[in-house]
Ligand binder design. Structure first.
Ligand code: ACO
Length: 326
């Protein structure tokens, strides 16, 4: 049986740090509020001339090096992002393909907001298991700072920029044991950028009304997230013939420490079985899980043979979980 495994991981975040204290000077907020409500202490912000593909490129190079592969070895590039270089086209994956200098191989973007990386893993797994492709690059990359309203304290304190990547290759055993993805489109408006698409094309009015910015109803997202993190993880474990008792290590989407703690309680996990770096990066949407995965691997938190669960949720609303035998 042909399965897919993660052969290498990598990540990258812009150097510029924006702390909670600095945010206090920008909007009516406090380090204390942000820390207690979210767990976030600081986030990284891309400079004006840096696009999502620039972050993706650095993460991709790191993941390829970790896998011991060259860009020329890749058969497919998948980029999960909600903040592409260009709104319509070309895809960020095509821009990245050019940067990597690997003309000819297929490259496309996927939009599933913060669940994007897990959606990407699920698609890559299919291509590898069916024997269509061998080496697939899956990237989650975002420059959310570019669509955040820096005058809206309800959202601007939450998000940050970054990129994470994984190179998937075939294996005979272990590797990715299962993927579960899902969506609830009924709640498509709770986390939304209303302007700039075909529903409300760009106009002066869109800009004047601030509809080009990210808008969020925090509460429904919070409730959904707490419920779905545990549920998606358990579903994916079941599909792999496992239960929550089999989890060695959980890498959840890094949105809010209270959401992670609530999900951990439901899954009966100890804090040291869960990776958290949202204090350093905030919510980086599709980049958050691979950023955390890369850090966990490099810090030696994940051992060979561990059962690792990646689980995310995001705008759409969407969710996804991947179970890996590392
Ligand atoms: N600083 C100070 N006060 C604030 C701030 C701030 N930055 N933001 C909001 N407040 C105020 C509110 O105005 C409100 O004041 P009021 O009671 O006078 O009206 C009060 O704080 C409480 O606001 P709530 O929204 O009830 O706070 P809550 O505890 O629910 O936390 C939060 C808000 C952090 C946004 C939470 O709802 C949350 O994390 N939701 C999930 C968000 C999420 O995960 N989003 C990402 C999804 S992934 C993706 O696809 C991008």
């Amino acid at each position: 049986l042909r399965k897919a495994k993660i052969a290498g991981v990598g990540s990258f975040a812009p150097e510029k740090v924006l702390t909670n204290n600095q945010l206090e000077a920008m909007v009516d907020t406090s380090d204390e509020w942000i820390t207690t409500r979210t767990g976030i202490k600081e986030r990284r912000i891309a400079e004006d001339d840096i696009a999502t593909s620039d972050l993706a490129y650095e993460a991709a190079k790191n993941a390829l090096a970790d896998a011991g592969l060259e860009a020329e070895d890749l058969d497919l590039i998948l980029v999960a992002t909600a903040t592409p270089d260009y709104l319509a086209f070309p895809s960020t994956a095509c821009v990245l393909q050019d940067k990597l200098g690997v003309k000819g191989i297929p490259a496309f973007d996927m939009v599933a907001a913060c669940s994007g990386f897990v959606y990407g893993l699920s698609v890559a797994t299919q291509y590898i298991e069916t024997g269509t492709y061998d080496n697939v690059l899956v990237i989650g990359a975002e420059t959310l700072s570019k669509i955040v309203n820096w005058e809206d304290r309800g959202t601007c304190v939450l998000f940050g920029d970054g990129a994470g990547a994984a190179v998937l290759t075939p294996t005979k055993s272990g590797g990715i044991l299962s993927n579960v993805i899902g969506a609830d489109g009924e709640q498509n408006e709770v986390l939304i950028v209303r302007g700039g698409g075909s529903k409300r094309p760009f106009s002066q009015q869109i800009i004047d009304e601030g509809l080009h910015y990210l808008e969020m109803e925090g509460n429904p997202v919070f409730k959904f997230a707490v419920r779905i993190l545990g549920k998606a993880a358990v579903q994916a474990l079941k599909k792999a013939g496992l239960t929550r008792d089999d989890i060695d290590f959980l890498i959840p989407h890094q949105a809010n420490i209270r959401i992670i703690d609530a999900a951990a309680k439901r899954l009966k996990l100890d804090r040291d079985q869960i990776y958290v770096n949202l204090d350093q990066y905030g919510n980086t949407s599709a980049a958050s899980i691979p950023l955390a995965l890369d850090a966990a691997v490099k810090e030696g938190k994940i051992k060979s043979g561990d059962i690792v669960v990646l689980v995310g949720f995001g705008a759409g609303l969407t969710w996804g979980a991947t179970v890996i035998e590392w």
